[in-house]
Design a protein around this ligand. Structure first.
Ligand SMILES: *[C@@H]1O[C@H](CO)[C@@H](O)[C@H](O)[C@H]1NC(C)=O
Ligand SMILES: *[C@@H]1O[C@H](CO)[C@@H](O)[C@H](O)[C@H]1NC(C)=O
Ligand SMILES: *[C@@H]1O[C@H](CO)[C@@H](O)[C@H](O)[C@H]1NC(C)=O
Ligand SMILES: *[C@@H]1O[C@H](CO)[C@@H](O)[C@H](O)[C@H]1NC(C)=O
Ligand SMILES: *[C@@H]1O[C@H](CO)[C@@H](O)[C@H](O)[C@H]1NC(C)=O
Ligand SMILES: *[C@@H]1O[C@H](CO)[C@@H](O)[C@H](O)[C@H]1NC(C)=O
Ligand SMILES: *[C@@H]1O[C@H](CO)[C@@H](O)[C@H](O)[C@H]1NC(C)=O
Ligand SMILES: *[C@@H]1O[C@H](CO)[C@@H](O)[C@H](O)[C@H]1NC(C)=O
Ligand SMILES: *[C@@H]1O[C@H](CO)[C@@H](O)[C@H](O)[C@H]1NC(C)=O
Ligand SMILES: *[C@@H]1O[C@H](CO)[C@@H](O)[C@H](O)[C@H]1NC(C)=O
Ligand SMILES: *[C@@H]1O[C@H](CO)[C@@H](O)[C@H](O)[C@H]1NC(C)=O
Ligand SMILES: *[C@@H]1O[C@H](CO)[C@@H](O)[C@H](O)[C@H]1NC(C)=O
Length: 390
């Protein structure tokens, strides 16, 4: 009698379990385990992940976990996004992240994560966004990330990453944004990166890179922004081929130990920002730049010769910094007199510490133009009078 009841009981329970399986959709068990391992490696002082033990991750919509809205061929739901930005999380990234095989977005921006980037993330073949910027991650960039052929954005900026920029990254064939600035990445920029034909932004500023600027990068025909400031390319000039980066809008190579002369950039029609300051560049200032120029900073170099007359045809110019060079000749006053008159922006011109001899044309300084220029004591006084409010 007693035995029979137990059997009935077992039968009823297993029937219910079957009914649950066919009706409710559940997360793939290996992904549930991976999520639990991820949480186990994190320190979560604000308890943002306190619901990461309640029922099924996809069915109960755990914080930051976003899943496919229907089951796959394996009858399970899959985690597609992990969005845990700005949650004060510390601890490290679990290697089990590599088991979230359907992941498209992995976002841990603005936390306090330490440790290294697990190489297993390279297994996430559907990954589109890998956003780890604003943490304290260290160690080197895993070669395996190069296998992420669908990756659109890799943002690891503002961490403490060291070691080289892997050659394998040349395999990230869909990448548009490569943001690795503000780390301690060292060594040569791999010339192979010219294969990244979709690349839009290359941000490697504030690292410890050395060697030369690869001329091959001129083949990156979609490129809009290149920022490499504060590295040490002491073996390099600026390759002439960069004049072929026809869609470039911003080129920033401040304080990169560059030598040689400035290439002819006139064919880059939409260039509006050019910062080559604090290098060892010689020769003369290029005679022509894009009409769109807003910022030109060539200060603290060894440039010589005159300021080109063509600078008087830059209607949108807002900053012209040429201080601390060996420029000579006279300064064409048309630079500030030919501003586009409907433009509300101000123009700041710094010409100090050069060998310029005079101003050609009437000084006639508009109120919204600031000129710093010394021709000796008399001229300093003169400019000061002109810039006083009337
Ligand atoms: C389910 O997901 C697919 C693809 O991600 C999407 O096109 C569809 O609109 C979604 N359906 C619902 C009800 O959210
Ligand atoms: C992060 O922690 C600080 C204190 O340590 C707290 O003031 C802040 O609200 C927290 N932010 C979030 C998003 O949890
Ligand atoms: C995941 O990555 C690791 C390390 O890169 C590798 O050893 C392993 O074979 C990969 N697993 C799968 C299922 O691809
Ligand atoms: C960065 O990493 C180095 C070791 O690679 C360590 O000595 C240093 O303290 C770290 N800096 C920060 C700000 O975490
Ligand atoms: C990835 O990059 C490495 C190193 O550049 C190369 O040897 C390998 O053939 C590439 N793999 C693919 C699939 O392109
Ligand atoms: C990157 O580092 C530079 C130099 O240390 C610093 O001036 C800049 O503010 C940093 N950028 C960010 C976004 O923190
Ligand atoms: C920068 O790289 C050089 C080798 O090129 C290395 O000796 C040095 O320790 C690195 N500095 C930092 C701060 O990573
Ligand atoms: C210039 O770059 C070097 C690295 O090459 C760095 O150590 C130095 O702090 C940078 N100077 C400025 C003013 O940022
Ligand atoms: C740049 O590297 C060269 C060669 O390694 C070295 O002599 C020079 O001091 C470095 N410059 C800076 C600013 O770190
Ligand atoms: C620019 O590209 C064209 C066509 O791809 C090529 O013929 C030319 O040599 C390149 N110019 C430079 C300076 O690399
Ligand atoms: C000056 O601004 C006006 C109005 O925005 C515009 O129509 C004109 O083309 C500009 N001039 C130049 C030289 O770009
Ligand atoms: C700047 O100067 C130009 C030319 O003198 C003038 O037309 C324009 O109104 C001024 N803009 C401002 C904001 O003062």
């Amino acid at each position: 009698m007693l035995q029979l009841r137990t059997c009935e009981c077992v039968f009823v329970l297993s029937y219910c379990y079957l009914a649950l399986l066919t009706v409710a959709q559940v997360t793939s068990p290996s992904e549930v385990n991976a999520l639990l391992a991820v949480k186990n490696n994190l320190i979560d002082p604000m308890k943002h992940l306190s619901d990461w033990n309640k029922g099924d991750p996809c069915a109960f919509k755990w914080t930051g976990v976003f899943c496919s809205n229907s089951t796959g061929t394996d009858d399970y739901l899959h985690v597609e996004e992990l969005q845990l930005m700005n949650m004060n999380l510390s601890g490290s990234l679990a290697p089990e992240l590599g088991q979230l095989s359907h992941l498209k977005i992995l976002d841990f921006t603005w936390n306090k994560l330490t440790g290294s980037i697990p190489r297993e993330i390279g297994n996430l073949s559907s990954l589109k966004l890998l956003l780890l910027n604003g943490n304290k991650l260290s160690g080197s960039l895993p070669d395996e990330l190069g296998y992420l052929s669908k990756l659109d954005r890799l943002q690891v900026d503002q961490n403490n990453i060291s070691g080289p920029l892997p050659k394998s990254f040349a395999n990230m064939s869909s990448i548009r944004h490569l943001h690795l600035n503000n780390n301690s990445i060292s060594g040569q920029i791999p010339p192979e990166l010219y294969k990244l034909s979709a690349l839009f932004h290359l941000l490697l500023d504030n690292n410890n890179l050395s060697g030369y600027l690869p001329p091959e990068l001129s083949k990156l025909s979609e490129m809009r922004i290149i920022q490499l400031d504060n590295n040490n390319f002491s073996g390099s000039g600026i390759p002439d081929t960069y004049s072929n980066l026809s869609r470039l809008a911003k080129l920033s190579l401040r304080n990169c130990s560059l030598h040689g002369s400035i290439p002819d950039l006139r064919s880059i029609r939409k260039l509006y920002y050019l910062d080559l300051s604090k290098n060892n560049l010689g020769g003369s200032i290029p005679s022509k730049l894009s009409d769109s120029m807003r910022t030109i900073d060539l200060s603290e170099n060894h440039l010589s010769g005159p300021i080109p007359g063509s600078f008087s045809n830059l209607p949108f110019l807002q900053r012209l910094s040429l201080e601390s060079n060996q420029l000579n000749g006279s300064v064409p006053a048309e630079i500030w007199q030919n501003m586009n008159s409907t433009k509300s922006a101000r123009l700041t011109i710094d010409l100090r510490i050069n060998s310029l001899s005079s101003i050609s044309g009437a000084l006639n300084l508009p109120d919204n133009v600031t000129l710093s220029f010394c021709l000796g004591l008399e001229a300093i006084l003169f400019v000061r009078v002109q810039t006083q409010p009337t």
